[in-house]
Design a protein around this ligand. Structure first.
Ligand code: PEP
Ligand code: MG
Length: 575
């Protein structure tokens, strides 16, 4: 019987074969209904509490096996909270005053959490969030909804979801995640980027019927290179995919071995090929794939994985570990790029019509200066003896850049006054990811030591196309002539001012773009680690002269489709 094949946007290379795990985050709203008798409501509460206890025990066992006793301790603490006499007593009181079990639970946990948060103590604030978490679990059970949180994945599976937020993706356990497939999202939505960084096969933008088509547990094969999802394929087809999977893996091994050497063009010019990384494990992986540095250290995941911002000490240790892994190679640390599709829970986010045009990145850093200073202190301290640079995201204005640099100077002064050791000479640069920055590079050069092109946002903002919206994914064209002109203009203007210019947007790792970018004279290409071996191979095949010819010819076209078509021919020539 022919299997069912669905087509989506190929977002992260790799083949995954296994059962589907459907991730459906539950919407928890307290129903408006009259309360039953107090006895009935209380016994519903007790039964839900009992089930929560069983769930937490299961989670605790699974996490202990996966990550150790320490990691599992949080679920033990949650189990204890279920028995907290203060919580139980308050629920009882509220039920006896006529509330339903759900209302009483929400009110009692809110009150208790408010009390703990009001104590102005880090430990108690953390407990306040735990109380809320436990309350949410019991409420979900009272509402009769299943536990479909990602923590409930207990066997290696392909995650199938409507969409994944970056924090969902960050919380995926790599040892249990064979790959993921989402109905929404585009090539440069942050979950897709993270998948590429982690080397998890991914397909996005599958369309609205995805969850209907893939019941939980269905056996599936997915190919993140082609965007194909096969539902219940037979043994022969599965075997074929298994074979392709191992062929691709051995090809990668060959390319990886060659990638140990520095990247040079066919006429012998050195070009830097670096990696986009979010943690020490990926940094190690990046070196294995031939990374000569980190062109983008994404620090935002540190801010998203927890219910409170990371402390200076925590950041210091993480950055230092990454610098040590990179052993003297250059590392560009991007300061917090949250907001947009990456809002953490602890900041007061307004309801925004257009979050990507709203309170995001450098705008948050300039408003929440304590948060920003804490990060800068951690970076400057960890950078001692290492080759680090600091980079601000989403700058669109010189005044913004000057203000951010002033804060760096203040932090340095404070560290010096407190006799804390820190790296004094850390270059400070910006991402060029707004059209405003791209056309103002000559002016921004006054306060920026270097530039790095962020083509994901630059494409989104230039073409007015939401990078995560599957409906307009076909309009998201980083090779659009308008985007290419801004890229060229940025490189030319930076060069004229004697400034180094790299690229850390996804375009830097796309083979169809590399010859053009090389022809423009880009100094550094930073990409997901797995794209490095092929990028180095391609650079080695091109002379600067040929790259310049290709770039000039590409600039004569009026549409992205024409440029893509032209580049297809060039890549065949270079294969
Ligand atoms: C970009 O916008 O190109 C970029 C690298 O940053 P991010 O994808 O995190 O927005
Ligand atoms: Mg960006």
């Amino acid at each position: 019987m022919p299997e069912k094949i669905l087509q989506g946007i190929p977002a992260s290379d790799g083949i995954a074969i296994g059962p589907a795990f459907r991730y459906i985050p539950a919407e928890l709203t307290v129903p408006a209904r009259a309360a039953e008798s107090a006895d009935v409501e209380l016994s519903r509460f007790d039964a839900a509490r009992e089930q929560a206890r069983v769930e937490l025990q299961g989670l605790s066992n699974a996490i202990e096996k996966r990550a150790g006793k320490e990691e599992a301790a949080i679920f033990e603490a949650h189990r204890e909270m279920l028995n907290d006499p203060a919580l139980e007593g308050r629920v009882r009181e509220l039920v006896e005053s006529g509330q339903t079990a759900e209302q009483a639970l929400v009110n009692a946990t809110d009150e208790l959490a408010g009390l703990l948060a009001g104590m102005n103590d880090e430990l108690f604030s953390a407990r306040a969030l735990d109380v809320k978490d436990v309350g949410r679990r019991v409420l979900r059970i009272l509402l009769g909804l299943p536990d479909t949180a990602l923590g409930a994945v207990t066997e290696p599976s392909v995650i199938v979801a409507e969409d994944l937020t970056p924090s969902d993706t960050a919380s995926l356990d790599p040892s249990l995640t064979l790959g993921f497939v989402t109905a929404q999202g585009g090539l440069t939505s942050h979950s897709a980027i993270l998948a590429r960084t982690l080397g998890i096969p991914a397909i996005v933008g599958m369309g609205n019927n995805l969850l209907e088509n893939v019941p939980g547990g269905t056996f599936i094969v997915m190919d993140g290179r082609t965007g194909e999802l096969l539902i219940e394929p037979d043994e022969e087809i599965t075997g074929r995919y298994q074979k392709v999977k191992s062929q691709r893996e051995s090809q990668m091994q060959i390319l990886k071995a060659a990638a140990e050497k520095d990247a040079v063009t066919a006429n012998g010019r050195r070009v830097e090929v670096a990696a986009n990384v979010g943690e020490a494990a990926t940094a190690r992986d990046a070196i294995e794939h031939g990374a000569e540095g980190i062109g983008l250290l994404r620090t935002e995941f540190l801010y998203l994985e927890d219910t409170q911002p990371p402390s200076e000490e925590k950041q210091f240790h993480i950055y230092r570990e990454i610098f040590e892994v990179m052993a003297g190679r250059p590392v560009i640390v991007r300061t917090l790029d949250i907001g947009g599709d990456k809002p953490p829970s602890y900041l007061p986010f307004p309801t925004e019509m257009n979050p990507f045009l709203g309170w995001r990145a450098i705008r948050i850093s300039l408003d929440e200066q304590d948060l920003f200073k804490t990060q800068l202190r951690a970076i400057l301290r960890a950078a001692v003896g290492h080759h680090a640079r600091i980079m601000f995201p989403m700058v669109s204005d010189l005044d913004e850049l000057r203000r951010a640099r002033d804060i760096v100077d203040t932090v340095k002064r404070d560290l010096a006054l407190a006799s804390v050791e820190f790296a004094f000479d850390v270059p400070v640069g910006i991402m060029v990811e707004t059209p405003a920055a791209a056309v103002m590079v000559d002016a921004l050069a006054e306060a920026s030591d270097f530039f790095s092109l962020g083509t994901n946002d630059l494409t989104q903002y230039t073409l007015a196309v939401d990078r995560g919206n599957a409906k307009v994914a076909n309009l998201f064209q980083p090779l659009h002539p308008a985007v290419l002109r801004l890229i060229k203009q940025t490189i030319d203007a930076a060069r004229a001012k004697g400034k180094w210019v790299g690229m850390c947007g996804e375009l830097a790792g796309m083979t169809k773009a590399i010859p053009i970018l090389l022809g423009f004279g880009l100094d550094e290409f930073s990409m997901n680690p797995r794209a490095i071996p092929e990028a180095k191979r391609l650079i080695g095949q091109l002379t600067d002269e040929r790259a310049r010819e290709v770039a000039s010819h590409a600039m004569t076209f009026g549409t992205a489709a024409e440029i893509e078509n032209y580049m297809k021919g060039i890549l065949t020539e270079l294969a």
